[in-house]
Design a protein around this ligand. Structure first.
Ligand code: NI
Length: 161
């Protein structure tokens, strides 16, 4: 597995449901968590490593790594929050993104067990960011035009360096 970067078409495609959730996914989740840790990221989605399946992993501070397979966002709060986001597929770029502060998600873990989770703050943010990856959406898509141009200029400069 290798991280794909902005410009790679796979990052713009919709990921497919995992069916069935078999033992293979324990191994895949483990590998994804390792890559996320190596990159010092707090989340990583299948498409970011060229795996076009609906799976992502999240590991925020003071929490365990979490695996989400075939997730559904079943609710979001009216209340929104702005927070700085980055992405392992767009290294070096950080911008404030506005998102709902809380999210309710239903998914299966790497053992194929279903769960429902109510998350807020950073966990909710990372879940929404990673969920977007499954839809081919990147955080830069959620920026204002001015912010996005600034982010893309930073990205271009960094890529040429
Ligand atoms: Ni990302």
């Amino acid at each position: 597995m290798e991280i794909l970067y902005l410009g790679n078409e796979l990052l713009r495609q919709k990921a497919l449901p995992v069916k069935p959730i078999n033992r293979e996914y324990e191994k895949i989740a483990e590998e994804m968590i390792e890559i996320m840790h190596l990159g010092k990221g707090v989340g990583l989605a299948g498409p970011q490593v060229g795996l076009m399946k609906r799976i992502f992993v999240v590991h925020i501070e003071r929490d365990e790594p979490r695996v989400f397979i075939n997730p559904t966002i079943i609710g979001t709060s009216q209340e929104q929050e702005s927070y700085e986001e980055g992405c392992l597929s767009v290294p070096g770029v950080w911008e404030d993104v506005i998102r709902p502060r809380k999210v309710q998600v239903q998914a299966w873990n790497e053992k194929g067990r279903p769960f429902t989770l109510e998350a807020d703050s950073i966990l909710a943010r990372v879940i929404q960011h990673e969920y977007d990856h499954l839809e081919g959406i990147l955080f830069i898509d959620r920026l204002s035009e001015i912010q996005r141009n600034k982010a893309l200029a930073k990205w271009e400069k960094r890529r040429r360096a």
